[in-house]
Design a protein. Sequence first.
Length: 441
Amino acid sequence: MATIAQRELFSWKEVEKLGDLERLRLVLDYLPDEALMEALEAERGKHGRDDYPVRAVWNSILAGVVYGHESIESLRREMSRNTRLLWLCGFELTRDKEVVPPAWVYTRFLKKLMEHQEVIDGIFDSLVEELKKELPDLGQVLALDGKAIRSLSRRGPEGELERDGRRDLDANKGVKTYWVQKNDGSRWQKVKSWFGYKLHLLVDANYELPVAFEITKASRSEVPEGKKLVKGLKERHPAIMGSCEYLAADKGLDDGELNSKLWDNHGIKPVIDIRNCWQDGEKTKLVDGTQNVVYDYKGTVSCYDMRLGYRHEMAYGGFEAERGTLKYRCPAEHYGSKCHWQGQCPVKGAVRIKLKQDRRVFTPLARSSYKWNDIYKKRTAVERVNSRLDVSYGFERHFIRGLAKMKVRMSLAMIVMLSMALGRIKEKQREDMRSLVRPAA
C-alpha cells in the first residue's frame, strides 16, 4: 500500500469502526504499489511542489474507484464532506489550506499515471501471482470474452487530430452480428454497434477474478486479441497456464487456429461455441476414411443404416490424447438399438475421428459430451465480471476520453478488484472475495 504516517485525529476505538471505509482499507493494505509511489515521488521531488502529497492523491483516486464515483468532481464532493475518508487517504487535515485537491491536480496526476502504465501493469501481475499462492487451483478453468465499452463523447470532424479534451480521437465504431433462431426454425440477423472501445478479458471461471485483459479500439476483432491474451498469460503467469485444463468462450471466439494452439501448444481443452459456417447448405459431412459415418457442424457424429437409410447418433467413447482422436461407438452395440445393416456395416465396434478432420468442429472435449456443456456454463463468469465493471465501477456510463486514459482507468478497476479479493482472503473472509460492495467484517 501507499504507506502514510497517520496523524492522531480519531481515537483508535473510533478508527476501528470504519464501516464502509473498510472496503477502501482492504485495498490500501493489500495493494503492492510502493514501486509506483517511489517513482512518482522521485519525479515530484525534481519538478514540483508537494502541496498535495502523491500518496494521498493516489489513495483518493483508488477511493473513487472503490466507491464507484463516475467523475473526479463527484469524488471531490464526497471528500469535502467526509473527513474520515480524507484521513484514511492520508491528507493533512488543517485549517490553513484547502484540504481537498482541486480538479487540475487530478488531471495532472492521471496524466502522470499514463506515463507509468507498465508499472501499473506490474501491480496487476503481482496481485495475480499473490492470488495464485492463496488459491492453488486459480486458472483451472478460464473464460474469455470481449466487451463493448461505449463512449459518450463525439469523434469530431474527419481527419482532425487536435486534442481539446472534449472529443475522443482514439475511439471508433465497433459492430457485432448475431444470428437469432426463431421457434419456427427461421433465422434473422441482429446487429449491435457502438462508438468507443472494447475490453478483451480473461478470467478464472471458478473464482470470477480477472487474470489478463487488454483495451483496444471498438473495431478490433476478438480472436487475434484472445490469442494475444493467452500468449501473454503463458509468458507472465506460467503457473496459471500450467494448471489450466479448459478455456471457455462464446461463438465470437470460434476459430480453428485458436482451438489448435490451445491444445497443441498449451494442453488446454477449448470449450468454445461454434458458428454454422457451412455456406453450401450441407447438413452433414462424411468422416474421412469411412463409408457411412457423418458429422454436423456442431460435432454430432452419426452412422447410417445403409439398408433402410436411417441415421443413428453414435455413442461418444472418449478422447485419446496419444492418437489425437475422438472415439465413437456403434449405437447398436452400445445402446442395443436396432440396426438392419449391423452385420454388413464397416464400423466394427467403433470409429476414431482425428481432430485435424476439422479443428473448429472436433475438440479434445467432444461437443456432444455432458462435460462440454458443464464447462461451457462456467463461461458466464466473465459476463458477471463485466457486469461488475459496469455497475460497481461505472464503465456503463463514463466520461473517459482517449485510449491511454481508458487503459489506466480500466487497470485501476482491475487492481482494486484483485486487491480487495486478496484482502478478504488474507483476513479470513474468503466467501466474500468477489463482493465489491459489502463492507469487510
